[in-house]
Design a binder for this molecule. Sequence first.
Ligand SMILES: Nc1ncnc2c1ncn2[C@@H]1O[C@H](COP(=O)(O)OP(=O)(O)OP(=O)(O)O)[C@@H](O)[C@H]1O
Ligand SMILES: [Mg+2]
Length: 461
Amino acid sequence: MFYDRERELGKLNEVYSFPGSSFLVIYGRRRVGKTALVREFLKDKSGLYFFVGEKDEKLLLEEWSREIVERLSDYLPSYVKPRFSSLEELVGFLLDFSRERRLVVVFDEFQNFKAVKPSFFSPLQELWDEKKDGSNLMLIAVGSYVGMIKRIFMDRKEPLFGRADEWMKLKPFDFWRAYGFVRSMADVNPRHFVEFYSALGGMPRYLLYLPRYYRGDSVETLGRLFFDEFAPLREEGLNVLKLEFGRFYRSYFSILEAVSLGYVTPKEISDKTGMKPLTVSKYLSELTNHYEYLVREVPVTENPLKTRKVAYKISDEFFSFWFRFIYHNYTALEENPDRVFERFRAEFPAFVGETYERIAREFVKRLDLGFKPERVGRWWHRGEEIDVVAYDRKNVALFEVKWKNLSQRDAKRVLKALEKKAELLPLRGNYRFGVIAGKLEDKDWLRKEGFLAFDLEDIIR
Ligand SMILES: Nc1ncnc2c1ncn2[C@@H]1O[C@H](COP(=O)(O)OP(=O)(O)OP(=O)(O)O)[C@@H](O)[C@H]1O
Ligand SMILES: [Mg+2]
């Protein structure tokens, strides 16, 4: 059963409705649901789905000709038997065919053409430039290796440079959609779901394990998914990222590992990895801008272009978890898995706490605060930190986030400390203070006192 992706399907249908030809690139990390999305899109259209396996050109052509005969024979005169001696011929045929009739063509794992026939992109570009204006072809290139796909279409030296009309980065489900997806398959309570989301993120493929692996205990489930000898996700980070980074993957991995362990500034990363500052900054920039596995965070009151207060974090919940608990412990996991698992059990709640802060920030963005914040984010300065700050020119709302359950007394103490920290903020306006906890006792009382008070029940709605 296909779940959601409504905005993505909406965008694809919009492009489909444009007259003439379009070249669309869909990219996103492995397992995120690219193939499922294009297959869903193709369901009610005349379209062709081609998987670019790393095979001989000849074998691909045989396979794809069969598909063409099957799907398009109704529209072809009976004396036409599609046979192609090259990929170029096949693409030419599709462009010509679509002069008469709108056609969608998907090449999945498009970057594999580089292995099948490295010279193909140049004639493809020529054919496209020559024929696209007279045709009605919606050409979709799907790619899993973000770096490679960007190089093919964005590098000036590449033939296909500038040929993509539309780009779509497919992201994992957000927290709420991920919960909806899981709930459509299994009965998982919200607390456990926050824990699963901390490890699996909004990745459909990984969330699909839950109906099979979850028996009521979240940590035990993660043990069987990640730590056991035959755990299906134990090697996943390696499998997915090794090909992306190619020969020098170890350096990229060291940086991602350091960031996952909480070394988040260029200086800290350089000290931790022993790599030179200049090398570190080169890798950080690539991992952020080119590969998009890291994001660069600045305190919410700072100008992102000017400030030097920068912290990096891994943008994907799964990789963050995998580097922190699996890759970091690779050797120990072979030698003494039980010990690794026990350490994981002890450190996991704090890790979930960090995820919960991110969820809370997303929640605050959706909240009606009585004003429309210009920015929502984290703030820090010299060891002091505020989990969520939302502000415009006249208003400031601050939140402390706790994954724990808070009693009324705890909450009051937390709010008092928050009011104290607020004095350090360089923001003027009407201040409000709030707390977001895993579970919050006496929310109503806090709200009557003028505080913003929420817990997981409100987040999940
Ligand atoms: N929107 C969705 N609803 C339901 N299931 C989904 C959805 N998206 C993905 N899935 C399931 O998740 C799994 C991974 O999705 P898919 O194979 O489409 O990912 P991909 O991005 O093509 O990954 P890969 O790089 O491994 O090819 C599949 O089993 C798919 O059925
Ligand atoms: Mg796929």
